[in-house]
Design a protein around this ligand. Sequence first.
Ligand code: PLP
Length: 382
Amino acid sequence: MIYLDHNATTPVRPEVVDAMLPYLRESYGNPNSVHQLGQRSRKAIEAAREHVAALIGAFPDEIVFTSCGSESDALAIQGAAEERRRATDGHKNHVVTSAVEHEAVVQTCAELEKRGFEVTKVACDNTGRLKPADVAAAIRPETAVVSVMWANNELGTLEPVEEIGKICKAAPVLFHSDAVQAVGKVPVDVNAANVSLLSLSGHKLNAPKGVAALYVRRGVVLAPLVTGNQERARRGGTENVASIVGLGEACRLWKDEQAAHRKHLERLRKHLIAGLESIEGCRINGNPDHHLPNTVHVCFDGVDGAQTVVALDLAGFCVSSGSACASGSTDPGHVMSAIGYTANQCRGAIRVSIGWGTTEQDLDAFVEAAQGALSKLRKVSV
Ligand code: PLP
């Protein structure tokens, strides 16, 4: 089985598993206990916090551990919006976001609308990229928070977060970025981008599922989703020690290896695109200049994306049709709609996302399998 679906989730690196195991076996203490066993867990969590902070240029006390990227997004946007509205006697009741966000952000914004907030969704161009001036135009005196993703999970397009950060700083307004698909793959620096809040998730960077973090800039106050004293009262609940250790180890590894890995992925991505372009009726989507080094979103004419995914699965390759979160749907999805595609135009869309462990041979085998699968499917659909 060749795994080419790293934007859906990634394999856990063996070094990460090794770092976690002691905290699943002998070091099971509650980090909030005063005895030695508890304090061993506390120490491990604080070391992990330092590794996560170091990867994104933050202070350790600015890192809040959560259960998933979706929770980080909800805590950032809902927590900031509710707190700003409360602190301004209802004046700050507006949120700015984009038309291409992940469902975690889309649904959080929908929930805020139900609670009486107004939400403005900034449109993008036909590659999925926003214009910073459009974000600036959407900000009003009542805006509580702006949320724009760092990298799009379906198309791989990178958003102009540094320019948007400058605009938010000057406004001034809180700026959240969902960097779940970016951290580990491209350099992410919270200060260069002037973000107030930033989400990342373990299972997208070779740590386990069910652990994530939210960066909260010093001085930014959030209304918590889960009350309790843990994580400086920003996220209650006994910490998931082993998984937090795994997230810390993955961040430590990426800090050392990111530059070399990124170059390797860029080379592989070019190789894959060259192979795919040799197939008739193939269109590569996303931004040609601003993209993740690992993601290729492609439309094949005359086939169904979901059927192509099944055919490739039978041939031993894991890829995704559009977003993993929306697969199985006949709807083009909000991201493809935002870049101007109808359901028919993106019927044959698949997403190939490479990562740690992918080789050039894997991609050559994939292109060959895709050629075979497509010619069979096209014959059937004639
Ligand atoms: N944001 C983006 C851009 C994502 O791609 C994902 C997951 O696919 C999430 C948020 C949600 O992260 P999690 O699966 O950890 O909840």
